[in-house]
Design a protein around this ligand. Structure first.
Ligand SMILES: NC(=O)C1=CN([C@@H]2O[C@H](COP(=O)(O)OP(=O)(O)OC[C@H]3O[C@@H](n4cnc5c(N)ncnc54)[C@H](O)[C@@H]3O)[C@@H](O)[C@H]2O)[C@H](O)CC1
Ligand SMILES: [K+]
Length: 213
């Protein structure tokens, strides 16, 4: 049984499941969000004023779906978006459309995080491809400086999921919900300092074909 995998393996598993098997990307995203939201709903998290800090890629899409799943269970949720809606991925655009239906507020990313009780980090996942700098670093430093409990989606934003090394500013999470498999970088001592408690969610992506007959 595979325990932890590389970013390349995660991408391969993702695209194989979507392209060859035919499970839509939004289904994987929903299963990822359900797994992560359940950790928040059943864990020791104060959900009275939740902030989802969302990127415009699919990590952000997962976070926006988590925002909706918490909202429908009565949590007060706000989404901060790090970029322009027009630049969001297809899946993330769809997730934004859904939270607009629920009138969940979407505001520009900001460093004033004082009132939030829990922060969901959905800025970058396995798509991190360069060191975190500039406004992203400012936001991540503000997240790390907040009194809120921090929950990372798939990968603590800024952490290299292959090496476990921070790539510039990196979120230090109380817990991380990672999808399909743990990532190689989470096995390292440094990586563990950033993931906090690690959960792995089964989202229907299997690398070795024991589930494929
Ligand atoms: N089977 C799975 O693992 C599933 C994963 N899902 C989620 O999708 C993300 C990966 O999404 P992707 O769009 O490929 O990338 P990210 O959202 O991680 O990154 C967004 C975007 O950010 C840009 N970027 C990268 N590094 C930097 C930087 N240092 N500064 C600024 N911008 C940066 C780059 O253009 C990226 O594209 C995965 O983690 C999961 O959360 C699926 O939703 C479910 C299945
Ligand atoms: K993240």
């Amino acid at each position: 049984m595979t325990n932890s995998i590389s970013v390349a393996d995660a991408r391969r598993g993702d695209s194989h499941t979507i392209q060859e098997i035919g499970i839509p990307s939004l289904v994987l995203m929903e299963r990822a969000a359900l797994g992560a939201a359940n950790r928040l709903l059943t864990g020791d998290y104060d959900l009275t004023n939740v902030l989802v800090f969302a990127g415009t890629g699919n990590n952000g899409g997962d976070g926006i779906a988590i925002a909706r799943l918490l909202h429908v269970r009565g949590a007060k949720v706000t989404v901060m978006l790090t970029g322009d809606r027009a630049k969001a991925s297809t899946e993330t655009t769809q997730q934004l459309k859904i939270i607009d239906y629920y009138k969940i507020p979407v505001i520009p990313a900001d460093i004033n995080l004082g009132d939030y009780t829990t922060i969901v980090d959905a800025i970058f996942g396995i798509g991190l491809d360069r060191p975190v700098e500039g406004k992203f670093a400012t936001w991540i430093n503000a997240i790390n400086g907040s009194t809120a409990k921090v929950f990372s989606v798939d990968v603590p934003s800024g952490l290299n999921a292959d090496t476990g090394e921070p790539q510039g500013a990196t979120v230090k999470a109380d817990a991380t919900s990672s999808f399909a498999y743990s990532k190689k970088g989470f096995d390292t001592a440094v990586g563990k300092q950033y993931t906090g408690t690690l959960f792995v969610e089964d989202i229907g992506v299997y690398l070795h074909d024991k589930y494929e007959g």
